[in-house]
Structures are given as structure tokens and as C-alpha cells.
Write a protein that binds this ligand. Structure first.
Ligand code: GLA
Length: 385
């Protein structure tokens, strides 16, 4: 009996000390310092552009520049500890200035499409530039992706964060109200890249800020993303017409190629004989996230089998545009010197639904004077064991 008690006590002590060791190992990773450095990255129309680089205690590195608030790089390890850059983009500012499909950019005022560039608000009709015939897309001819944002290093939870601000005068790109915007980027020691958005206006205006980073979890320039496996916590999506404008319906994904409620390889159904797939040229649709609470919750998860990299995204937003780079056509050459061909990257643009200003049944995307627009999206990186 006494012997059994002793064995139990020794066993319990062992388990206790092992779990303490585990905890302190986890704690040391979480508690290390995140650093942020700053370097010049060229200039746009005489305005200097800065590149800020976060490095966390696990060696994960994220580069963000003040032009367009663009995420220039995300370097993160695979299951064997080999680091790769999983964000599409260019090595220098020049690449971005030549024109690109919103690689890594902050998008505003209205991410995604507004039908025929028209909406009516408080009895007044507004007209936006048609930059995606026949619709308005991603904030217009000079959207937030092309502004040089003002930057400031701030502190959040004892770690450095990057605060970017910009203003958009009344009537800019056809939108009403003087708008001020703030975006805070940070990187945690849990490999979470957090993007927090704030805005205020002096006249009611539609607003749909997002980030348009393209991921390839096998590394940018490594080919197509068809083997990535995607899960979306979304039982419905917003079907579109042939110009990618929502019909207004919230359609169940069940029984369609849009069903990612169970982890599914992107390539399995991306060319399915399906009207929605044909309209999008693959996946280029808004999913209605199950979480409609406005609180931060897991929206989905993507795994890449070869590298074992996992990307989870958390958001307070009601929707996500899952776009598979169907319009990439090999004309742009990325950081590794490889041409970005069709479907070489995918986006998870957390957002309000496309064309919300023209769909009263969609969650409202109108920001009013006196209100503060606020939403949060977190991209979290890890690996399969
Ligand atoms: C969004 C759109 C796509 C495309 C890209 C940019 O994701 O939904 O149709 O316009 O932006 O190329």
C-alpha cells in the first residue's frame, strides 16, 4: 500500500514538472520581444516610402510598407523549420508602382464591387469610376492601395505595432464625407499578424476596408495553390451575376462546389461545371461567415500538405472574399524571379458583402458621423506536427 502511494506521488511529481517545463518553454516563446525596424523604400511623387519589418521570437518576419499599407513579405517556417516568404509581391517599390492586382494592399474606401459604380444614400445618388467594367472595384482609380500612409511606431501589449493613418477628402473617388482612417498592424509571438481598422467620417459613406494579401503557403513563386486544403466556417455564400455582382441571395453552400465546411482541396472543384464557378473563372466569391456576431472568431483554415504550413484567419467581419488568383496571367514576376501564373496565390479578403450599398438585406456597410468604424482580422501561422 505504502509502495503504491509512493509510486503515485513520484508519478504526479513527474507529470507536474514535465508540464511546468512545457509551460515555461511556451511562455519563453510567447514572452520574447518582437522587434520592428524601419528603412527607406523609395518614394512616390516626392513622398518618401518606408518599409517596416517585424520580427518575432520565433524568427517569423513580416514586412509592411507605407505605400498602400502593403504587406510586402511574410516569412514563416514550414514543418521542418525552413522559412519561406508566403506572400506574393515584389522586391522593390518599382514593381508595385508599375501596376499590380492589389498584392498585400489595404483596400478602400470600398473593397470589392459596387454595381455600375452607383449607390443612393440619404436621397442622393453617387457615381464612382467604372474601373472594372461595368462596375466600380476596390475604391476606384486611386484607392487607399495607392496612397502613401503616415506611419508611427506605437506600443500594444508591451510590443511594437505599426499605426498607419490616411485621410480621404469629401468627394474623393466620388465617395461622400471627409474620412479619416487608421490601421494598426502587429505581429505576436504566437505568429499572429493582426490588422485592426478604424475610421470616422463627417457624412454618411459606404466603407469596406480590407487587406488583399495573396498567400501561397508553399512559398511565393512555387506554382499553383490547387493542392492547398481549405476549410471555411460558412454555410452560405452570395451568388453573383456574370459581372460578379451579388444577386442578393444568401445561398446555402451545401451540395455546391462552394462547400468548404469540411477541409477540401482547392483544385478538386475549381473548374466544376457550375454557373457560379464559370462566372468567377474559379473561386472569386464572398462567403457568408457563420459568425455574424461582430466578435472576433475563426473564419477558416488553410493547410498546405508539402510544407505543413497552416493559416488560420479570425475576423469580426461578416464575410470573406475567397479569390484564387484566377486573373494572374504570368505577366508579373515576383520576389523569387518567378512569373505569377493563374492561381499561383489565393486571398482571404475579410469584408462586408460586395455591393452592400445596393442590397438592403445585407449587413449595412454605411459609416455615419459620430460612429467609429472598427474591425479586426488576424492571420495566424503554424505548422502541422
Ligand atoms: C478581388 C476581386 C477579383 C479581382 C481581384 C484583383 O479579389 O474579387 O475579381 O478583381 O480582386 O485582381
Amino acid at each position: 500500500m505504502i509502495k503504491q502511494v509512493w509510486i503515485c506521488m513520484i508519478g504526479a511529481a513527474l507529470v507536474f514538472s514535465m508540464s511546468c517545463a512545457q509551460q515555461s518553454e511556451d511562455a519563453s516563446k510567447k514572452e520574447g520581444t518582437v522587434t520592428m525596424t524601419q528603412q527607406p523604400f523609395g518614394d512616390v511623387e516626392g513622398k518618401p516610402v518606408e518599409l517596416y519589418t517585424f520580427t518575432n521570437a520565433n524568427g517569423m518576419e513580416v514586412g509592411i510598407m507605407t505605400y498602400g499599407g502593403i504587406i510586402v513579405s511574410i516569412k514563416t517556417p514550414d514543418k521542418n523549420g525552413q522559412t519561406a516568404d508566403v506572400a506574393l509581391g515584389f522586391n522593390s517599390l518599382e514593381g508595385y508602382l508599375k501596376g499590380h492586382p492589389y498584392f498585400g494592399a489595404l483596400v478602400g474606401r470600398y473593397g470589392n464591387r459596387i454595381a455600375k459604380g452607383k449607390f443612393t444614400l440619404d436621397g442622393q445618388e453617387y457615381t464612382l469610376a467604372i474601373n472594372n467594367d461595368p462596375n466600380a472595384l476596390h475604391g476606384g482609380l486611386k484607392g487607399f492601395d495607392k496612397k502613401v500612409w503616415d506611419a508611427q511606431e506605437i506600443e500594444q501589449d508591451g510590443q511594437p505595432a505599426l499605426e498607419l493613418t490616411c485621410s480621404s477628402p469629401d468627394g474623393e473617388e466620388g465617395y461622400p464625407g471627409n474620412l479619416t482612417c487608421k490601421v494598426i498592424y502587429s505581429l505576436s509571438n504566437d505568429n499572429e499578424l493582426k490588422i485592426e481598422y478604424f475610421a470616422e467620417t463627417d457624412k454618411a459613406t459606404p466603407l469596406n476596408l480590407t487587406n488583399h494579401v495573396y498567400f501561397n503557403l508553399a512559398g511565393e513563386g512555387s506554382g499553383d495553390i490547387l493542392d492547398h486544403v481549405v476549410m471555411l466556417k460558412a454555410g452560405k455564400f452570395t451568388p453573383v451575376d456574370e459581372t460578379l455582382i451579388p444577386t442578393g441571395e444568401l445561398r446555402p453552400v451545401e451540395g455546391t462546389p462552394m462547400d468548404f465546411t469540411q477541409p477540401t482541396r482547392i483544385g478538386d472543384r475549381i473548374d466544376a461545371d457550375d454557373e457560379q464557378i464559370k462566372f468567377g473563372g474559379g473561386y472569386d466569391h464572398n462567403w457568408v461567415l457563420d459568425n455574424q456576431s461582430g466578435q472576433l472568431a475563426l473564419g477558416g483554415l488553410v493547410t498546405e500538405p508539402t510544407s505543413g504550413r497552416i493559416l488560420e484567419f479570425y475576423t469580426t467581419q461578416p464575410g470573406v472574399q475567397f479569390y484564387c488568383g484566377n486573373f494572374l496571367d504570368g505577366t508579373l514576376v515576383g520576389k523569387a524571379g518567378k512569373a505569377y501564373e493563374k492561381r499561383n496565390g489565393f486571398c482571404l479578403e475579410t469584408q462586408h458583402y460586395p455591393d452592400s450599398p445596393n442590397h438592403p438585406n445585407f449587413p449595412s456597410s454605411i459609416l455615419k458621423p459620430g460612429e467609429t468604424y472598427h474591425h479586426v482580422t488576424v492571420y495566424k501561422f503554424s505548422t502541422e506536427k
